[in-house]
Design a binder for this molecule. Structure first.
Ligand code: ZN
Length: 385
């Protein structure tokens, strides 16, 4: 994201902090073949899932106000879904403070539908006072209700020391921050690395990843061979999980292991302190073997958090609130169908058709609600009145 401070008009737009494969999803109408019916039988209707309290554990409210604020929260109320809005991008501290200020302003009025995660400044990384300020910024966030602290892919892919070496997430200079989060019983949200496609040429990516990296060449690591590789990012994150076994970590975007549930399962086995959100990566599940994905979700039903990466940016010049609201409706409805029913779903761009997962009721309750409540203590209940 660039700075939006010069925008005078109040704007909202869906912009992406990561590839939003989910955005390409749409649901078809056809039913499974007769012989498959038993394995595709739904255990909760879309209407029941819609009525159930839920948490979108990965979303961003940069800004929303006035009449737009009411319309936005009305959609969350209709879907009985609370947003965990995640302040992001420490190398754009001014921009991030907009998201922090918005969360702090909205929280008292909308605590039934909003919770927030804070972060810290990285613009001053090479200054002596960086750590003291970062710890204070995090403490301030906790004091104002933040339930988590986010670290973003800039660590490992952008942030550099004066000698031009990249700063990785397992750098011991971050240890006091991890210690503080652990001591305060908060959660670290770690978006470290990118989809594996980021290190591939455009023609070798899935369609959904290609659209993002074609539009964001600055984040396309294949074009920047000096950026540490995919496994360097994953391994650095894994070393943090191993070195801080009492630090609760939610890996954003399926922990950047979106391409293979087996690789993700290995980390979930190795690191009991690790869970992942699905933000912007549900389509990556949809293109893997259905039975394998279903078995994976059932096996790790306590470690997976529903999330979308939807974003409201009131300062963006391309503000379009009606488009955002209809995007929210489409996204949630498509996801309900994917997780709860065995309906056939198609994704424009060549992925699919595939069938929904028809997950057991208790698994749906966990991934849409209970896991977020457990992995983010203090996130509160969703208002279902
Ligand atoms: Zn995000």
């Amino acid at each position: 994201m660039s700075s939006q401070s010069s925008m005078s008009r109040f704007v909202v737009k869906i912009i992406l902090l990561a590839p939003l494969a989910l955005s390409a999803c749409s649901a078809g109408e056809s039913q499974p073949a007769a012989g498959e019916a038993a394995s595709f039988a739904q255990t909760m209707t879309v209407a029941e899932l819609k009525k159930m309290p839920k948490i979108d554990a990965h979303a961003h409210v940069i800004g929303v106000e006035g009449g737009d604020e009411a319309a936005f929260f009305e959609v969350l109320k209709r879907h009985k879904i609370k947003w965990l809005t995640i302040a992001t991008i420490g190398t754009n501290w001014d921009g991030m403070q907009k998201e922090i200020d918005t969360a702090v302003r909205l929280l008292p009025r909308h605590s039934g539908f909003l919770a927030w995660s804070t972060s810290f400044n990285l613009e001053n990384w090479n200054e002596q006072d960086w750590l003291r300020q970062a710890l204070k910024q995090i403490e301030d966030g906790f004091d104002r209700g933040a339930v988590a602290v986010k670290v973003w892919k800039e660590i490992g892919m952008v942030l550099k020391d004066p000698d031009s070496s990249y700063v990785m997430i397992d750098d011991p200079r971050f240890d006091p921050i991890f210690k503080l989060i652990e001591t305060r019983n908060k959660t670290l949200i770690a978006h470290i690395g990118e989809p594996r496609s980021c290190w591939l040429p455009l023609e070798e990516m899935t369609d959904n990843d290609r659209a993002y990296f074609a539009g964001h060449p600055q984040y396309h690591a294949y074009l920047h061979p000096e950026i540490p590789g995919y496994w360097e990012q994953i391994n650095a994150r894994d070393r943090v999980l191993a070195a801080h076994p009492d630090l609760r970590v939610v890996g954003a975007h399926l922990g950047s292991l979106e391409w293979d549930v087996d690789s993700l399962a290995r980390r979930l086995e190795l690191y009991p302190n690790f869970a992942v959100d699905m933000g912007a990566r549900i389509c990556h599940l949809q293109v893997q073997d259905r039975r394998k994905v279903r078995d994976f979700i059932i096996k790790y039903q306590d470690r997976l958090l529903y999330g979308t990466d939807l974003l409201v940016d009131a300062y963006d010049k391309q503000y379009d609130l009606p488009a955002l609201l209809s995007k929210m409706e489409l996204t949630y409805d498509a996801d309900y169908r994917y997780f709860a029913t065995g309906q056939q779903i198609t994704v424009p761009g060549g992925n699919g058709p595939f069938h929904g997962l028809a997950l057991p009721r208790e698994v749906l309750v966990k991934i849409f609600y209970e896991n977020a409540r457990r992995w983010f203590p203090g996130i509160g209940i969703t208002d279902c009145s």
